[in-house]
Design a binder for this molecule. Sequence first.
Ligand code: PSV
Ligand code: MN
Length: 424
Amino acid sequence: MKAELDRISGDWIAESNRKRKKGLESDYAAVGKMLNRRKVEVDLVVEKVRKFQVAVPSWGTVTGGTRFGRFPIPGLPRDIFEKLDDAAVVNDLTGANPRVSLHFPWDLVNDPLALKKHARSRGVGFDAVNSNTFEDQPGQDLSYKFGSLSHSSKAVRDQAIAHNLEVIGSGIKLGSKAISIWIGDGSNFPGQVSFRKNFERYLDSLRKIYRGMPKDWTMLIEYKPFEPAFYYTTLADWGSALMAGNAVGVRCKILVDLGHHLPGTNVEAVVARLIQAGKLGGFHFNDSQYADDDLTAGSIAPYRLFRIFLELVSASAEPGGKFKPAYLIDQSHNLKDPIEALLQTMLELQIIWAKALLVDLKALDFFRERNDVLMAENELKQAFHTDTRPIAARARLLSGGAIAPIELFRESGYRKLKAEERGG
Ligand code: PSV
Ligand code: MN
């Protein structure tokens, strides 16, 4: 079986689950009993966790590195076909990551239909496509050194717009329904650009891309406070993003990358504002201690992630809410095996999502209205401190995934086999 390992087969997953089922059943019964006392039906929570799906970024299947260096491990994928193979392994093991997000031109192929067929054979589809005008490509006519969509030169802006339209074209062939646009535009020195002119040009370019998008597509614009521009960034914050979203059109929404906030920002309040404005379009999950650290989601501040999830869970619980943001992981795996890091991420996201689902929203509202600060906070704490690992594991089990994905991945010898096949 190992000699032709492309997927982690269903049989193998079933075998691994058989060994762990008894332990899970007893843990699940214990948490079910405890939740029962709080009038929570644990099976319903499991069903909601099963509906929580997150896309895997093609660029997250390789080691990212920093500008100081990269430390790749043997067996990393060499092209987008192999990246899809690795993403499919993640989905096989979690049952919760059925879509992959591509980044162009990094993932450009001659035959998108062959790529689509390959993805289907691996049981995955495609999520939002991403454009890249934050670096120059070999053979490119004009440079993005001084910006792209907001550049002072119309010719550069037109080139960046054309690239975005090409990315949409590739996405249409693959079956995507959204484009994510993050630009590195801005300035490094006071006086370098006019803030207003620069933003106006950006809006104008976005409108042109928007007009070239199919009617059932969404445009996701991603803000980030700094880097690579270190003094002023064109789309630095949610306020500018909301302004841009409103100026461009109803299907232009905001993408919140969790690492794209200055330290101390109340990200859950930002999320709530964007929900209220009807403009929250998607997420890039990761964690950070200082800035855009791209660390594994939930590794630094799981309680903050829980509070963000609570905003999402409570918005989706509202009657008539057609609230469906695109969830994606956006991390840089430098020290961990990328597949293991993605598995760890998804496990963590499921565990914390389940915790957010345990908050009694009615009780919370009751305490808030009475200004009972302590009891309102306790509603959050009670949910957060509940051990939801058996709930997440049961959700994976019912979705065809593994109770213990990381252990099974290690047992499978996948990376070792790929090291022989792919080298590196
Ligand atoms: C930028 O820091 C970012 O978060 C954007 O989403 C990019 O597309 C991604 O990272 C990959 O570099
Ligand atoms: Mn991002």
